[in-house]
Write a protein that binds this ligand. Structure first.
Ligand code: ZN
Length: 175
């Protein structure tokens, strides 16, 4: 059972962000409440996607909304992604790594199969920003963050901000 009241924006290096998330075996009201909460967190922090671990829940679910609105936020449960197209490089950020940006190589296209909140199978082809969001969020479900994919130079550039995040986490983790 998920305590949705306790779900909140989770930042690096919280362990849930670094672990592989577990599949959802039953889509019930607590999952629907979690999805609703995740949409709210995404909108509050002005993101275009949010994965379960970012709300503190290690389950394979994410929400995505290209324009950052709640109306257009769609929920993907137990997603499976297949990459295609060419490799494109673009700057990315992550709500769990505030103020840290770096170039990330991604596939220009992908297709995704997942379940919706009614347990129905959904299948989508994506390109451009949407393909990038899908890949970023699926990475979260495997415990991979953008900083893991940074070049050596970008990693050095992010070092000080990561150190601050770690200090912040150490101070607040028992709160
Ligand atoms: Zn992220």
């Amino acid at each position: 059972m998920i305590d949705v009241e306790k779900c909140k924006m989770t930042r690096w290096p919280s362990p849930v962000l670094l672990e592989k998330s577990k599949p959802i075996d039953k889509i019930d009201d607590s999952i629907r409440a979690l999805a609703e909460k995740m949409k709210d967190i995404m909108v509050e922090f002005k993101g275009v996607g949010l994965a379960g671990p970012q709300a503190g829940v290690g389950l394979r679910i994410f929400v995505a909304s290209e324009d950052g609105t709640k109306e257009n936020a769609k929920v993907y449960i137990n997603p499976e992604i297949v990459l295609s197209g060419s490799i494109v490089t673009n700057e990315e950020g992550c709500l769990s790594l505030p103020n840290i940006y770096g170039n990330i190589h991604r596939s220009s296209k992908c297709s995704i199969k997942a379940l919706d909140l009614e347990g129905k199978e959904i299948s989508e082809n994506a390109e451009g920003l949407r393909a990038r969001i899908f890949q970023h969020e699926c990475d979260h479900l495997d415990g991979t963050l953008i900083a893991d994919k940074f070049s050596t130079v970008a990693k050095i550039g992010a070092r000080r901000k990561l150190k601050q995040l770690r200090e912040n986490y150490e101070q607040h983790k028992d709160a």
